[in-house]
Design a protein around this ligand. Structure first.
Ligand SMILES: *[C@@H]1O[C@H](CO)[C@@H](O)[C@H](O)[C@H]1NC(C)=O
Length: 155
């Protein structure tokens, strides 16, 4: 009698642990984890024959100056820090075919703002209208993160 109850209890415990283990494994193997690297990219989608200049930094990394031809991408990878204060900052500038110069400096990636928006894959598209972030689970949908600064009209 005692033996049968113990056996049943053991079976139950092992079933519960299998369930917990399965949930744990699927959590960990899921693409969406703050412990996994974030793949980020910045793409020049401005216009044919327009080169985009970028200079991105974080507190600990300086990526230096990069020139992106139309359609080219700058890609980097990082892990979100414990405090979720991970931040990448970029200066971007370009001159259109008519010689009009535009520049801006932006917090391109902020863990607190962007984790919920793009999780482990954050692709940014730089366009005439500003800097856009690709939406998750929604092909070809982009959200405007920053417009370019208004031009100062000086005389
Ligand atoms: C983001 O960019 C990477 C690298 O170019 C690409 O492999 C991936 O498919 C892109 N993801 C989305 C959701 O567009």
């Amino acid at each position: 009698m005692m033996m049968a109850t113990t056996t049943r209890m053991l079976r139950c415990v092992s079933l519960v642990s299998i369930v917990i283990f399965a949930v744990f494994v699927s959590e960990c193997s899921s693409q969406r984890s703050v412990f996994d690297p974030v793949h980020a990219s910045i793409k020049n989608d401005i216009a044919q024959r327009v080169e985009l200049n970028i200079w991105c930094k974080s507190k600990n990394t300086d990526f230096g100056h990069h020139r992106l031809t139309y359609g080219a991408k700058f890609i980097w990878k990082f892990k979100i820090n414990f405090w979720h204060t991970t931040l990448y900052w970029c200066k971007m500038w370009w001159t259109d075919v008519n010689g009009k110069y535009t520049e801006g400096s932006y917090a391109i990636y902020k863990a607190k703002r962007d984790w919920d928006k793009c999780e482990n894959e954050c692709n940014f598209s730089v366009r005439k209208g500003g800097i856009y972030r690709k939406e998750m689970y929604n092909d070809d949908a982009y959200d405007l993160v920053y417009p370019w600064p208004k031009r100062l009209v000086t005389k």
